[in-house]
Design a protein around this ligand. Structure first.
Ligand code: PEP
Ligand code: MG
Length: 760
């Protein structure tokens, strides 16, 4: 963070004291405003000081010291017009020694301002929008000092509070303007979960509204800020030490920057100085933030802009601590259709939201196979990821139209945009209806090959999808989701009841239960078993590695599953098996529990089938060793590809780097598919790759005949299978594998078009 020279808080304090006495004085609002501009002009020794406020969508000159008084209530500027309009539109501070040098400069002859050279202006902000502008002008081409700019910012904050409390002007004038449309914006990002939604912006960590700007007791405010800094530093330290589990979805790099800022002495010193000038702790944090924002913009360095983003997050965190407004939007409850905005989210955080009201998610980070994305996909919540600087464009409660199918987010849409969006929604609805017509149709290719289409599940509500989609069964039941939504480690009775319900809901259809896969990007807040620091948690102590070492956890789960499946077939699958002995040990835990229950004369499952996930590449080399003891094998392409490419699946920087349709992955999968066929292993694919029509087409071409996918993909995947000739797809893939072209996705996509294969 660039440090600003230490400032003397006297000027700001002078202004604050002045404003206070003006407010306490008698007189009408106009007279008070006139006194305010006189006082500020005097305090900063400026020839001009003016206040513009928004009325009917325009910035109107409400009071001036130094400009032609006749111009008051006559001079009006549109948002974005001239320097004043620029400040209001961009909610940005300007400090220019030569106003005419700015590209947006315009002058209004009725004000008599042509003789003034220097210009400084700050936005008067309420609810993150500019409701006016406070500006100063001077004949000499001099730049206003840091101290003076800070004094303006302080004055603007107090003015905003006074306007808010209707002490200064008739609040109703401003209020209407405040809600005025700030103009539509269109942002783009990375498609994480397809879909469309209309709703209102809610920030996962809501911005704090500053109610009071002027402090009654400066010492008390200083203490509040001190203890907030202590708390914040503790929080950041704790988050950094838990970062190997990706707690709260924060990325390690972000945490490091947080830490740097959290301990930055310059930052805390400037906040203290702002408090010295008479501001409350909240107002001081905000004012310093405004000032830093201005300085960062002047530097115009993209790297610093990124850092600014981190500092904004941190300043908001500090504000939340100091004001005691710590809840997330989930804890405060959603009141209407919501499009949630967050930097990133952990899976458990997403699950805290009310599914009926949460219509979409926009992330500044995010990646395709992070678990939060997988859960949102299962919940049918569209996600647009990697949307840059969203906080600059979107304010709380803005109307948003999210169209992830086309990677667009419309902010404050015009009515024409809304109409077009509605038309698109209807089209998608029609498409969905076509897909649901396939519900009772089997996935059989044009040349008669039957492909099993299962769904992935993990939550109780997912069970309804089995019937809705007409899927063949559940190919991956992520049992850890139940652990993620619980406040404490689920016990045996709870698990037993839950698994029973799942099997009952599935009826005759098979369910493959995967034993808990915790760790990596699925940390359990109440179970942080690692006593070592893990730099690479995805490759660390997770899944079966935890299960085998903490075998009490696994025993409880084994016993619950066996009891739940009494009289039925139980399919269990172990995650992250790297070597055959791990599978054998896991299996032994189940066999032990089986023997125990048998000795107790409990009713047992009719059959117990054991499977392994192939997601660690090493296992592919030992399939022959494992095959005699294996009932089935499921390829987890999410983890498998992250290990093949050495590319963290939840690292947003790598989100777009590698493609599932790369020759390396396709060749690897082909080898497994051929080996499984040779060894007569029942093989499926249960990663996200299988739910994307073009990628699934490639899998079919590689010989895969069993897919387990997210429920929303069942229709599109069945449509693809029913329109493809499997032998032709196999020939295509043979070619792709042999030639290893640079762009297999384009080749497969063009082929699909030419062969009328429905890939969505
Ligand atoms: C996978 O890794 O592909 C998989 C299906 O498991 P998960 O996404 O839960 O890690
Ligand atoms: Mg996995």
């Amino acid at each position: 963070m660039p440090s600003s020279p230490s400032t003397n808080p006297r000027t700001a304090r002078n202004i604050l004291t002045g404003l206070r006495s003006i407010m306490a004085s008698r007189g009408n609002a106009q007279a008070k405003l006139n006194q305010v501009v006189d006082r500020i002009a005097e305090a900063v020794n400026s020839e001009v000081c003016s206040i513009y406020l928004r009325r009917d969508g325009l910035l109107e000159l409400f009071a001036t010291h130094g400009l032609n008084p006749e111009a008051v209530h006559v001079t009006k500027l549109a948002m974005g017009e001239g320097l004043t309009g620029f400040i209001a539109k961009n909610v940005e501070t300007l400090n220019l020694d030569e106003a005419a040098s700015h590209p947006d400069f315009q002058y209004r002859p009725e004000t008599g301002e042509e003789k003034f050279h220097s210009f400084a202006g700050v936005p008067i902000i309420r609810n993150q929008r500019a409701i006016g502008v406070l500006c100063a002008q001077h004949v000499d081409p001099r730049r206003y000092s840091e101290e003076e700019i800070e004094a303006f910012q302080t004055a603007a904050m107090v003015l905003s509070e006074l306007i808010g409390s209707a002490d200064l002007v008739d609040d109703s004038l401003i209020e209407n303007n405040n809600l005025q449309d700030a103009g539509a914006d269109r942002l783009s990002g990375l498609q994480l979960v397809k879909g469309k939604a209309s709703g209102y912006a809610v920030f996962h960590q809501p911005r704090v509204k500053i109610e009071h700007t002027v402090a009654d007791d400066t010492e008390a405010e200083r203490h509040r800020v001190y203890s907030a800094f202590d708390k914040m530093r503790d929080q950041i330290d704790q988050m950094t030490s838990q970062a190997e589990f990706g707690v709260a979805g924060e990325h390690i790099e972000v945490l490091e920057t947080y830490k740097m800022f959290a301990y930055d002495e310059g930052w805390s010193r400037r906040i203290n100085e702002a408090i010295d000038s008479g501001l409350t702790a909240e107002a001081a944090i905000e004012r310093v933030q405004q000032h830093t924002r201005m300085r960062m913009r002047q530097i115009d360095d993209p790297l610093l802009a990124e850092r600014m983003h981190d500092l904004e997050d941190l300043a908001n965190r500090l504000l939340r601590i100091v004001s005691g407004q710590m809840s997330t939007a989930a804890q405060m409850g959603l009141r209407k259709d919501t499009i949630l905005i967050a930097r990133n989210l952990g899976p458990a955080e997403l699950l805290e939201y009310d599914r009926r009201r949460l219509k979409g998610l926009v992330l500044e980070e995010g990646s395709l196979t992070a678990h939060v994305t997988i859960i949102a996909r299962a919940m049918g919540i569209p996600i647009l990821g990697r949307v840059k600087n969203i906080k600059q464009f979107v304010r709380e409660d803005d109307h948003l139209l999210l169209n992830v199918d086309e990677n667009i987010l419309f902010v404050r849409p015009s009515s024409a945009m809304e109409e077009a969006f509605q038309a698109q929604l209807e089209l998608s609805q029609k498409k969905r209806e076509t897909y649901s017509a396939l519900r009772d149709q089997d996935a059989v290719s044009k040349d008669g090959t039957r492909v099993i289409v299962n769904i992935n599940a993990g939550l109780r509500d997912d069970m309804a999808m089995l019937n809705l989609t007409g899927a063949d069964g559940i190919g991956l039941f992520r049992t850890e989701f139940q652990f993620l939504v619980a406040a404490t480690l689920p016990g045996r009775t709870g698990q037993l009841r839950f698994y029973k319900d799942v099997l009952e809901a599935a009826g005759d259809k098979p369910v493959i239960f995967r034993t808990v896969d915790i760790g990596g990007d699925k940390p359990l807040p109440y179970f942080q078993p690692s006593d070592i620091q893990e730099d690479n948690p995805a490759m660390g102590w997770r899944a079966l590695r935890i299960g085998l070492e903490r075998d009490a956890l696994m025993k409880v789960q084994a016993r619950s599953l066996i009891e739940a499946a009494a009289g039925k077939t139980l399919n269990v699958m172990f995650p992250m098996v790297a070597e055959p002995w791990e599978f054998d040990e896991a299996r032994a835990v189940f066999e032990q529990q089986l023997a125990f229950l048998r000795s107790r004369k409990k009713q047992l499952p009719l059959k117990l089938r054991y499977g392994a996930m192939l997601e660690v590449p090493a296992l592919a080399e030992c399939l022959d060793v494992l095959a005699p003891r294996l009932d089935f094998l499921s390829i987890g392409t999410n983890d498998l590809t992250q290990f093949l490419f050495a590319a963290d699946r939840s690292n947003p920087k790598l989100a777009e780097r590698f493609d599932w349709l790369s020759p390396a992955i396709l060749r690897f999968l082909k080898r497994i598919s051929d080996t499984a066929a040779r060894l007569d292993i029942d093989l499926s694919v249960c990663g996200e790759m299988g739910g994307r029509p073009l990628d699934a087409l490639a899998l079919i071409g590689l010989g895969i005949r069993n897919l387990s996918i997210t429920p929303a993909s069942v229709g599109p995947i069945k449509a693809m299978i029913r329109s493809v000739d499997v032998s032709e797809a196999a020939a295509l893939l043979d070619n792709v594998l042999a030639e290893a072209p640079a762009n297999p996705r384009d080749i497969i996509s063009n082929w699909a078009k030419a062969h009328n294969v429905d890939v969505g």
